[in-house]
Design a protein around this ligand. Structure first.
Ligand code: PGA
Length: 257
């Protein structure tokens, strides 16, 4: 049985004092009895070390929003999965649509990043999703298939078991317009079937597939209740402590039902 999973992606927010305040708020207010819901916070790199110190709770996991396609050396401005691991970081978001769109990250680069994360035993949260134009042209399945096959199909069965996929339609990110639970469920089923066809049924049934794109406390219940939606990757709403905690509580209600 898959657990629910609630992840916050802070993106390039907020400033240092605000980050400290939010981390302290989460350390106190994230419910402690969330045994069937995993909780992950992905602040900007520069706050990770502080977050480690502030979180007195091992039940709140920390992740990075990116990791380099290189291991170490002369790559100015980069942060490697080796460095992240040495800090005790266990997750990294890889291939967010903003990385693809603004930083030109290709499937080939993403495949390298994923392999390096896996080498360090960091769980990659691999993001996929179509743009509005692609959905309007009914190309969403083709696009997601290309993203998944391009970056993941070289992985062994042992490696694919460690991957989390996040379906994040680009048109739903930061727009306030979430995919309907039916649209998201349809894509999650499609992704799960892809994994089953390429690997096997057990891997596919155990894979955590998150939905991301304008998840809020008001729509989390209907989205997370869908059979193939295992939780959310949450941007804007993860910057508001109270709202994020309420989304976690929603996931807990669903698993405890
Ligand atoms: P959003 O972002 O919740 O602000 O739409 C989600 C994401 O990009 O991970």
């Amino acid at each position: 049985m898959r657990k629910k999973f609630v992840a916050g992606n802070w993106k390039m927010n907020p400033n240092y004092p605000e980050a400290l305040e939010l981390l302290k708020y989460l350390n106190i207010n994230v419910p402690k009895d969330h045994s069937n819901v995993d909780i992950l916070i992905c602040p900007p790199f520069i706050y990770l070390s502080e977050a480690k110190n502030i979180f007195t709770r091992p039940d709140i996991y920390l992740g990075a929003q990116n990791a380099s396609a290189y291991t170490n050396g002369a790559y100015t401005g980069e942060i490697s999965s080796t460095m992240l691991k040495s800090l005790g970081i266990d997750y990294a978001i890889i291939g967010h649509s903003e990385r693809r769109q603004y930083f030109g990250e290709s499937e080939e680069v993403l495949a390298k990043k994923i392999k390096l994360c896996l080498q360090e035993n960091i769980t990659p949260i691999f993001c996929v999703g179509e743009t509005l134009e692609q959905r309007n042209a009914n190309e969403q399945f083709e696009i997601v298939k290309k993203q998944i096959s391009g970056a993941l199909y070289d992985l062994s069965i042992e490696q694919i078991k460690k991957i989390i996929i996040a379906y994040e339609p680009v048109w739903a990110i930061g727009t306030g317009v979430n995919a309907t639970p039916q649209q998201a469920q349809e894509m999650h089923t499609f992704i799960r079937n892809m994994i089953m066809n390429k690997y096997d049924d057990v891997v596919s049934q155990n894979m955590i597939i998150l939905y991301g794109g304008s998840v809020k406390k008001d729509n989390a219940y209907e989205l997370f209740s869908m059979p193939d939606i295992d939780g959310g990757l949450i941007g804007g709403a993860s910057l508001k402590g109270e709202e994020f905690v309420s989304i976690i509580a929603t996931a807990m209600n669903i698993v405890n039902k």
